[in-house]
Design a protein around this ligand. Structure first.
Ligand code: NAD
Length: 259
């Protein structure tokens, strides 16, 4: 279904991004991988995806750095000949009450989770406009719609990302380009595993108590959302059926934001 398309997925060496990249390669898209994990992890992911028969490139660009983002996008477009789909997925998390929340964590989260999408969108638009077709999917979060305690920077960045999604959708509407956000509840990925100890400390709980009492507390369906479910939703947003679906924030949160 994505035959002949090229997709850039930021933060695609692990977790949700890797799942989206893999599902898109399976659908026939050439893939631009990105992430700041180890070179071994990058090469493993690249080789794994290459088995599906598409062209797979990897760039170790920091998405919070406009120079690195622009160089990645210009170079990859030159090598692969087009850039049709952008998935802004790279993101980081840090959990601490606001009064002691470290300034440098705030700056890093805003740069990685919000400013990054502004940089990538600006850089891909010339290529999408030229083709009069493009799909931009921002992986926001249920925290783009509602807040949780101790996540001031993340909640602010994700609400910002939902706002950016709406604004960008209007700016590019006449060019056959759609911009949407996906707002997942908790997904069992390295990002979530890493915050279990922070959550335990902030909520004065044991690590075992964090999954039922904090992570799944707001899921009406008491399960994690899966990477595969988010990948399927992303691919749907890239289909022709979604030509007029733009500027929305779609929840996949096990019923969290219905409450
Ligand atoms: P993850 O930690 O498994 O993956 C994040 C990826 O982003 C990694 O590949 C990492 O290398 C990359 N990355 C981090 N900082 C980067 C930077 N500065 N430049 C380039 N790449 C960078 O996390 P995940 O759970 O798969 O999260 C992916 C996205 O989904 C994030 O935006 C996250 O906020 C969002 N999200 C996750 C959940 C969840 O429960 N896991 C829920 C809602 C939204």
């Amino acid at each position: 279904r994505l035959q002949g398309k090229t997709a850039l997925i930021t933060g695609s060496l692990t977790g949700i991004g890797r799942g989206i990249a893999s599902a898109m390669a399976q659908e026939g898209a050439n893939i631009i991988l990105n992430g700041i994990d180890t070179p071994e992890e990058a090469e493993n992911t690249r080789q794994e995806l290459e088995k599906m028969g598409q062209r797979i490139l990897y760039y170790k660009a920091d998405v919070g750095n406009v120079q690195e983002v622009t160089t990645m996008i210009t170079d990859a477009q030159k090598k692969l000949g087009s850039l049709d789909i952008l998935v802004n997925n790279a993101g980081i998390q840090y959990v601490e009450p606001i009064d002691t929340f470290p300034i440098e964590k705030w700056d890093a989260i805003i740069a990685t989770n919000l400013s990054s999408a502004f940089y990538t969108i600006r850089a891909v638009l010339p290529f999408m406009k030229e083709k009069k077709w493009g799909r931009i999917v921002n992986i926001a979060s249920v925290h783009g719609l509602v807040a949780s305690a101790y996540k001031s920077a993340y909640v602010a960045a994700k609400h910002g990302l939902v706002g950016l999604t709406k604004a960008a959708a209007l700016d590019v509407a006449e060019f056959g380009i759609t911009v949407n956000a996906i707002c997942p509840g908790y997904v069992d990925t390295p990002l979530v595993r890493q915050q279990i100890s922070e959550q335990a400390k902030a909520h004065h709980l044991s690590e075992d108590e964090v999954i039922p009492k904090v992570l799944l507390a707001h899921h009406a369906i008491k399960e994690f959302v899966t990477v595969e479910q988010i990948a399927a939703m992303t691919i749907y947003l890239c289909s022709d059926a979604c030509k007029t679906l733009t500027g929305t924030a779609l929840s996949i949160d096990a019923g969290w934001s219905a409450q």
